[in-house]
Design a protein around this ligand. Sequence first.
Ligand code: APR
Length: 172
Amino acid sequence: MPQIELVRGDITKMEVDAVVNAANKSLLGGGGVDGAIHRAAGPELLEECRVLNGCETGEAKITKSYMLTAKYIIHTVGPVWHGGEKNEPELLANCYKNSLQVALKNKVKTLAFPNISTGVYRFPKTMAAGIAIRTVNKFLKEQKKIKTVYFVCFDEENYDIYKEKLIHLALE
Ligand code: APR
């Protein structure tokens, strides 16, 4: 049965087949987890991203991971929060769905997600956690190839929110 695991820490240290990056539409790097992943992966990542021609919000694209222990990086672009009337929840769900689809296509068995859109893009953390957990849980139930999905929380607030929500999921 595929598993969901919760981790507190730095996603660049995860020993998984793929780490997901919360990128921007240019895919040319930035701050937050995007900056951390590019710093850890090294300059070749940017070279590969340059030819990907960007990425639409909610979509996902895969690259090699270079200096990271993971095999791949799956770049996805979360929605910027504008109050919730601009399809943000569905776009965020698409980030998780499309990243999982790309992972499946590339025979990824273990995958780590950051808390997409909850930093610079200001998506409310509790709502984002609910969308992430529901979307990933539903997807995992419908396939057997992806074995484990890790939610990697860098900040304590997200970690506490996910912990609370995942306890309820386990009790369902
Ligand atoms: N490992 C795991 N999570 C991290 C790390 C890390 N090393 N560094 C930051 N985070 C967490 C933040 O604490 C936050 O919970 O990633 C989550 C997402 O925050 P951002 O990185 O700001 O991403 P996002 O809100 O999706 O905004 C994307 O920010 O960095 C730029 O280029 C990026 O323009 C894009 C925008």
